[in-house]
Design a binder for this molecule. Structure first.
Ligand SMILES: *Cc1c(COP(=O)(O)O)cnc(C)c1O
Length: 556
């Protein structure tokens, strides 16, 4: 320690330095310094973002993890703000993932408009807490307004409906959540409480009495949720958290277009009804943009089925929701207005910073089934938004969405949505033109999957029986896994991979490359380069004598 002191002035934590951290800069000089920091963040980071893509293996994860093993916190300050910022820009950013690159097309996280950084900074500076009006005032009111705006895009109720509800303290059209997972959980929580509501016979509701009492009061053995097998894993989490058990999230098979099989869904509902009420359907979930393939379930038909059978219809539009902004493609989501609840993520196709989700409800009173009060906050009939929310304290993401809608207009978002869909379609055509590739799922929205599978192998696959096909597919799976990994490690571009279960009879598991086209800077030329690179990697790999037949010797 003594040596350190002699080398440089030791930093100390005392009242004087503390006050400096909390107070606004008083003189011109300190103002200039703070502005310099902001510049450093905005432009220093941007320079970095232009350079790297994905996790480059220059420094391996193992090596990185060895740099982060010190678990002691210094008693005295270690660094000044300027040093910390420099370190973030020089040491952390280069080893983070450049999700903003147009060559980064693997996930639902992408570039965001530049203004989002400013809006986020303002939200931080204001530091409002939406749990109650006393810590947010007008921001709670603004939040109700922006929720009504999005509700209107989805449900298209008339002017008087929105006049009545926009600032009504007794009703709620939706709420902000931390993410899509919590939005789905909120929707299913509400569905559960509506299904197992208080009864005239004296049962005071599942929220109060718990699952055992509820099942007893209703004379049921279990509750289930039905969704296509492409449902997001947050539905399973909901099953666990809501106490119905995640094995009771029942996966319904999908058709060749990856949409839930309506016949099977109908059959399942009938089957369950025949139990004479011993099993209850908590909700049927339709997906508007599956995470893996971007496909949309037949929402209209599912909606009708649900209303005939009086089942809560939830639509998981975490991904596809903003498609409603596009006049050209909003018809893809026809039937979404039949949903009792809808999830939409802000940090996906609303291009907002991490992380923010939303859930919307058709019935403005339905959220009452999850309301909580406390004496110090959230008094009944106040505007306190925390009354009906899974989250407690939370930031004012509504400000960001509202400003973004003002800056972009629905047309701005429509352009992004349309660019994604149309570029994905061009990409699909390009994949079909190249003999080494096989398109697996065509883009309905802006997500598609394909794999390396040369034309001659495709022929073999179509001729052979199941066992032979399986063995070929296993080899192809290894090749695709390897090519995906090598491309990621090369650090120029990034596509993700997943495993899909395909085939009309016996299912085969195939590894596919998955692309999400949401960055407006991603164009067909870039996509061609990404395919070129994959072809190149594949060719080298074959030349090394590790052909399809030797593929097993390659580490996955
Ligand atoms: C992304 C996604 C979710 C979960 O959202 P998070 O924000 O990651 O929690 C749920 N459903 C679908 C269809 C999604 O694409």
């Amino acid at each position: 320690m003594k040596n350190n002191i002699s080398k440089k002035t030791e930093l100390v934590a005392n009242w004087q330095t503390l006050m400096r951290v909390f107070l606004k800069p008083e003189d011109e000089e300190s103002k200039l310094i703070l502005i310099k920091y902001m510049e450093q963040i905005l432009f220093g980071l941007h320079d970095f973002l232009k350079k790297h893509v994905g996790i480059t293996e220059e420094v391996s994860l193992k090596e990185l993890s060895m740099r982060f093993t010190n678990t002691a916190i210094n008693k005295n300050p270690e660094k000044k703000l300027t040093e910390v910022i420099t370190e973030l820009i020089e040491d952390i950013a280069p080893h983070a993932v450049n999700v903003a690159s147009p060559y980064f097309i693997g996930h639902m996280t992408s570039a965001i408009p530049f203004f989002m950084v400013h809006l986020k900074a303002i939200v931080t500076a204001l530091n409002q807490n939406l749990v109650k009006i006393e810590t947010s005032k007008v921001v709670s009111i603004l939040e109700k307004q922006v929720i009504a705006k999005i509700h209107r895009i989805i449900y298209k109720k008339n002017e008087s409906f929105y006049k009545e509800h926009v600032q009504n303290v007794k009703t709620t059209l939706g709420c902000f959540t931390k993410d899509g997972t919590l939005a789905n959980i909120t929707a299913l929580w509400v569905a559960r409480n509506s299904l197992l509501a208080p009864t005239k016979e004296g049962f005071s509701g599942i929220e109060k009495e718990g699952i055992v009492a509820a099942y007893k009061a209703y004379g049921i053995e279990k509750c289930v949720i039905l969704a296509s097998r492409l449902g997001h894993f947050s539905l399973k989490k909901a099953g666990g958290i809501l106490g119905i058990g995640n094995q009771n999230i029942i996966a319904i098979d999908v058709d060749a277009n990856n949409r839930i099989k309506l016949g099977l869904l109908n059959k399942k509902i009938k089957e369950i009804k025949q139990t004479g009420g011993r099993i209850k359907i908590l909700s049927v979930v339709g997906i508007a943009g599956t995470t893996e393939t971007g496909t949309i379930d037949p929402l209209e038909e599912i909606g009708m089925l649900c209303s005939e059978n009086r089942i809560h219809f939830h639509v998981d539009a975490a991904w596809g929701g903003p498609t409603l902004m596009s006049e050209k493609y909003k018809h893809l989501l026809n039937g979404i207005e039949l949903a009792d609840s809808i999830t939409i993520d802000c940090h996906k196709q609303f291009y907002m910073p991490m992380s923010s989700g939303m859930v919307y409800f058709k019935n403005p009173l339905i959220l009452n089934s999850i309301q909580y009060h406390a004496n110090y906050v959230n008094r009944p009939d106040s505007v306190d938004l925390g009354i009906k929310s899974i989250t407690g304290s939370r930031e004012a993401n509504s400000i960001i969405l509202d400003c973004a809608l003002k800056i972009m207009g629905t047309q701005g978002y429509a352009l992004l949505v349309e660019h994604g869909i149309e570029t994905a379609r061009k990409f699909a055509e390009e994949i079909k033109r190249r003999s080494d590739f096989q398109l697996i799922t065509s883009p309905e929205l802006n997500i598609l999957t394909y794999r390396i599978c040369p034309a001659n192998i495709r022929e073999k696959l179509s001729e052979n029986n199941f066992e032979q096909r399986q063995s070929i597919n296993e080899k192809l799976n290894k090749i695709n896994r390897t090519v995906q990994r090598l491309q990621r490690e090369a650090g120029k571009s990034f596509v993700s991979r997943t495993t899909l279960s395909v085939g009309s009879g016996q299912k085969e598991n195939i590894v596919v490359l998955r692309c999400v086209i949401m960055n407006p800077m991603t164009n067909i030329n870039i996509l061609r380069k990404i395919l070129d690179e994959q072809e190149e990697i594949y060719r080298c790999y074959m030349q090394e004598g590790r052909g399809i037949n030797q593929a097993e010797s390659v580490p996955a």
